[in-house]
Design a protein around this ligand. Structure first.
Ligand code: B4P
Length: 191
């Protein structure tokens, strides 16, 4: 089993590149952002709780997100591998993920970090906000809060995996295809 985390700030291209990578390498895509938005769209209790956090640009509590992931890994044991997109976002989530994978005798093989400047992140997210209908993309103040959450809580996740020598960083600015080529070259070293 091959497991990869696509890591980066909000708007760094995780969702965009994940779709291409899972298609090329036949991995199971796990995006906590997509899962939470689907809970909101169907009006579940979990979705109602998550919405309050997401609309304010802050992270959803670890316990909510970790519970969701546990079920998914359990239900997809036959997968060739997982691509985690937007998860883990805190060190507690990273530690929980390691434990969950260990139950299947698996581990994270590589964390690929997309490096993008803050101004480019804001430009991209405001651009997406014009058409996506996502309330967290519509307002620059909320976008800046999300980036601050990333600096305060999520950057430490890269440090956690650096201790195990699992992080590869790539420049996340340039065309979608150029970045995809760089990402694919890294994944090919492991598959
Ligand atoms: P997510 O859904 O994970 O989304 P994201 O970080 O905003 O964006 P992503 O990085 O995937 O977007 P992309 O660049 O592809 O999170 C949303 C919220 O959910 C969080 O704020 C949080 O509240 C909650 N949440 C999710 N996971 C959680 C967790 N584990 N724990 C707690 N809370 C959690 O796309 C951005 C734009 O850039 C697009 O318009 C795209 O077209 C464009 N773009 C992409 N690549 C480009 C390129 N190379 N050049 C130009 N534009 C590009």
């Amino acid at each position: 089993m091959f497991n990869v985390i696509l890591f980066g700030a909000p708007g760094s291209g995780k969702g965009t590149q994940s779709q291409k990578i899972v298609e090329k390498f036949q991995l199971k895509h796990i995006s906590t952002g997509d899962l939470l938005r689907s809970e909101i769209a169907t009006g579940t209790a979990l979705g109602k709780e998550a919405k309050q956090f997401m609309d304010n640009g802050v992270l959803v509590p670890d316990v909510v997100v970790i519970g969701m992931i546990g079920k998914l890994i359990e239900n997809n044991k036959e997968a060739k591998g997982f691509l985690f997109d937007g998860f883990p976002r805190t060190v507690a989530q990273a530690e929980a993920l390691d434990k969950l994978l260990k139950l299947s005798d698996a581990e994270i093989d590589v964390v690929i970090a997309l490096e993008v400047s803050e101004e480019e992140l804001v430009t991209r997210l405001l651009g997406r906000g014009k058409t996506s209908g996502r309330s967290d993309d519509a307002d620059e103040t909320i976008i800046r809060s999300r980036i601050e959450e990333y600096r305060k809580k999520t950057e430490a996740v890269a440090d956690y995996y650096k201790k195990f020598n699992k992080v590869k960083s790539i420049e996340g600015e340039g065309s979608v295809d150029e970045i995809f080529e760089k990402l694919s070259a890294i994944v090919e070293q492991y598959i």
